[in-house]
Each structure stands twice: as structure tokens, then as C-alpha cells.
Design a protein around this ligand. Structure first.
Ligand code: AOF
Ligand code: ZN
Length: 360
């Protein structure tokens, strides 16, 4: 199952509204276990993992065990339900990890398997699988995407400096890791202040993974994004949305649309800021399961204040920015109080900390 969960990571961020799940078909003949079919949910979400793995296994599926990271589906899509396909292929045992909250499945997949005479072993490494499918599961549970806030902090607690453009805080190894996180997210979100200060590209620029740049979203109620922003360069290839108020200038909207930008409607909250819960609701309804919030300080602070941060990544660099720096909205000490530390690792000279929301 651990291998299946790792394999399922392969299409994270690339399966549309579907989770990236995986199936391994394993035979236990003399000579030890042998994988005879592997499948991961295909790009865009179909075909499902089971279909792919069963096709590879062919006749070898008869009498074999299938390891599935998510309960097999029970509904008719473009193909019959995966649970029925497993029965028809002659699989005799299904070991499954996470339960599927989709109301079309939700226990019905396992029921089809049992009725078809398959031995079902559910819940194996369920927590690990749920972590790898957490975006999908969060969207079903909360009707909004899972939010990861990621920030690079200098040793003196700064995330940048006003008026100095992009300030290099973290090193090359940590930056490559950030691009990997971008690649597996459905969308990257920043505030317009970051666009004006840093003029970021917000793409995945790792060799071989450049096709995996996710949708980019800028919270920009007044449409202050310049038509000449670097974001415009690839806005026709990578969907790029500005979250704008209905009162924003129509002329600017037209110019930005011509430059390749799209728009989401912003609703104001009682403080006049863009209402983040409503924005997340909209994104969830569009099938966005994971968003990576990359800054700046004001937007990050709003997400933290609204208690909308599910995962927090802090990357702490040894450099100092100085007194003209922009202070990060949260440091390691406060993060450790509000969140669980789940991973701590060193990348080059930087320390990378991952936290998860404390439940309850
Ligand atoms: C599986 N295997 O590989 C995946 C599953 O839009 P559809 O018809 O593709 O269905 C989407 C639902 O299918 C999704 O909500 C989830 O319940 C399930 N995903 N199921 O058996 C897979 N990706
Ligand atoms: Zn299926």
C-alpha cells in the first residue's frame, strides 16, 4: 500500500476534480509477490486507476489482489464502476486505504466488491492515503479547497523588503522544492501587493515539469495588476485569474482581458477586504481541491486570521533582511502553538518546516 500511495502522487494536481489515486494488481504465486498491473488516475481524471491497472494485468488479474488507495467507485461515468470492473476481472481480494466521501461511492464500492465475492480489507494505511488525497477529501468535507500557506522567512523573521523588489531569502535547493509543491497544487494564490512588489511568474520551472504549472490567482479587488506584469507573459498558456470587485474600472478590465487575464468576482467582507471564505467556496465549486498561498504578508495574515490555513510551510533561511523588511505574519514559535509540526528537513542552508492544522 505504501508503494501504491507513492505511485498515486504521480498525477497530483493533474486530475481535475478527481483525486489522483492508484491501483497495484499483485499476484502471490510461488516465488513471492509480483506486481502485474499498475494504474494511476489519468490526466484530467479519466480513466480511473483501476481501469488502467486491470488493462495492464489482463488475464493475470484473475486470482490476484488489488491494492487501491481509495475505495473503488460505484457509479457509472464514461466507463462502468471500477468496483464492477474488479469483480469482472476476477480479482479475489481488494486491499483499500481511504474511504471515498463522494455520495455516489461512500461504501457502495466496497459493497459491490463483497457482493461479487471479493474479500475486502479496508482501511489499510488509511491515514497515509488520506494525507496524500487531502485536497480532494477537504473539498468534499468543507466544500472548499485545502489551503497551504507557504512562506520564506529570513533569520530576522522577514519575508521581503518594501521597495526592493524580489529579495532572495531561500537558496536554490529550497526554491526547487517550492516549485515541486507548485507542480502538485491545483492553483497558486497571491495578493496584488506581491505582484506589484516582486513581479513573480508563479510557474513551475523545474526541468521536465514545466507543463505542470497550475492556475494562478491574484487577489486584486481594484485591478492594480499592470498589463506589463510577468504574469501576462504566459497568461494565455496558464489560466491566470484576477479576483476583482464588480466596481473595478471597466477600461482596466478590458485591457487586462486583452492581455490574457481572466476574472473571478470578489465579494467584500465587513472590513472591505476580499471575503476569503466566499472566494474559497467559489474555487471549491469550480473543482479546485488544493491552493498554495504564496504571499504577501497581508493576504497571509488574512488567511491566518480567518482560520483558513490547513497546512503551513515555513522555510527559514540564515540570511537577515534588516529593519526595512516586511515582517512575516507568523513565525516558528507561534506556528508551533497553532499547528502540528509534521516535517522538518534541511534543504541546502535552509530549514523547511511543514505544519498541519490542529483539529478540534
Ligand atoms: C476510482 N478510481 O482512479 C478515481 C476515483 O467524474 P468521474 O466519473 O470520473 O468520477 C469522479 C469520482 O470518482 C470522484 O469523486 C471519486 O469518487 C472517484 N475517483 N475512483 O475508482 C480512481 N480517481
Ligand atoms: Zn472508478
Amino acid at each position: 500500500m505504501a508503494a501504491a500511495i507513492r505511485y498515486g502522487e504521480r498525477h497530483a494536481g493533474l486530475t481535475g476534480t478527481n483525486p489522483s489515486v492508484s491501483t497495484l494488481v499483485v499476484r502471490f504465486d510461488e516465488g513471492g509477490p509480483r506486481i502485474v498491473g499498475r494504474g494511476v488516475t489519468a490526466l484530467g481524471g479519466r480513466p480511473h486507476a483501476e481501469t488502467v491497472a486491470l488493462a495492464e494485468a489482463g488475464e493475470l488479474a484473475r486470482g490476484a489482489t488489488a491494492y487501491v488507495t481509495l475505495e473503488p467507485c460505484a457509479h457509472h461515468g464514461r466507463t462502468p464502476p471500477c468496483a464492477e470492473a474488479l469483480v469482472a476481472a476476477g480479482i479475489t481480494r481488494v486491499v483499500s486505504a481511504a474511504a471515498d466521501p463522494d455520495p455516489r461511492v461512500d461504501g457502495k464500492g466496497h459493497a459491490i466488491l463483497r457482493t461479487g465475492g471479493i474479500e475486502v480489507v479496508p482501511g489499510v494505511m488509511a491515514a497515509e492515503a488520506a494525507r496524500s488525497l487531502s485536497g480532494y477529501l477537504t473539498r468534499h468535507r468543507l466544500n472548499r479547497p485545502e489551503v497551504t500557506l507557504k512562506m520564506a522567512l529570513s533569520a530576522d523573521g522577514m519575508i521581503g523588503a518594501r521597495g526592493r523588489g524580489q529579495v532572495a531569502i531561500t537558496g536554490a535547493v529550497a526554491n526547487a522544492q517550492t516549485h515541486l509543491v507548485r507542480a502538485r497544487s491545483d492553483a497558486i494564490l497571491v495578493g496584488v501587493g506581491t505582484v506589484l512588489e516582486d513581479d513573480p511568474a508563479l510557474t513551475c520551472r523545474l526541468p521536465g515539469l514545466t507543463e505542470r504549472s497550475p492556475m494562478r490567482i491574484v487577489v486584486d479587488p481594484r485591478l492594480d495588476t499592470p498589463v506589463s506584469a510577468r504574469l501576462a507573459e504566459e497568461a494565455r498558456a496558464i489560466p491566470t485569474h484576477l479576483v476583482a470587485s464588480s466596481h473595478a474600472d471597466e477600461e482596466r478590465r478590458r485591457a487586462l482581458r486583452e492581455a490574457g487575464f481572466d476574472f473571478f468576482a470578489a465579494e467584500p467582507d465587513e472590513k472591505g477586504r476580499v471575503a476569503l471564505p466566499e472566494l474559497l467556496d467559489d474555487l471549491g465549486a469550480r473543482g479546485v481541491s488544493t491552493i498554495l498561498v504564496e504571499g504577501g504578508a497581508a493576504l497571509a495574515r488574512s488567511f491566518l486570521e480567518d482560520d483558513l490555513v490547513d497546512r503551513l510551510t515555513l522555510v527559514v533561511a540564515p540570511c537577515t533582511v534588516g529593519e526595512d523588511g516586511v515582517r512575516g505574519p507568523i513565525g516558528l514559535a507561534e506556528a508551533s502553538e497553532r499547528f502540528y509540526l509534521t516535517r522538518e528537513v534541511r534543504f541546502g542552508d535552509d530549514r523547511w518546516y511543514e505544519f498541519e492544522r490542529k483539529e478540534g
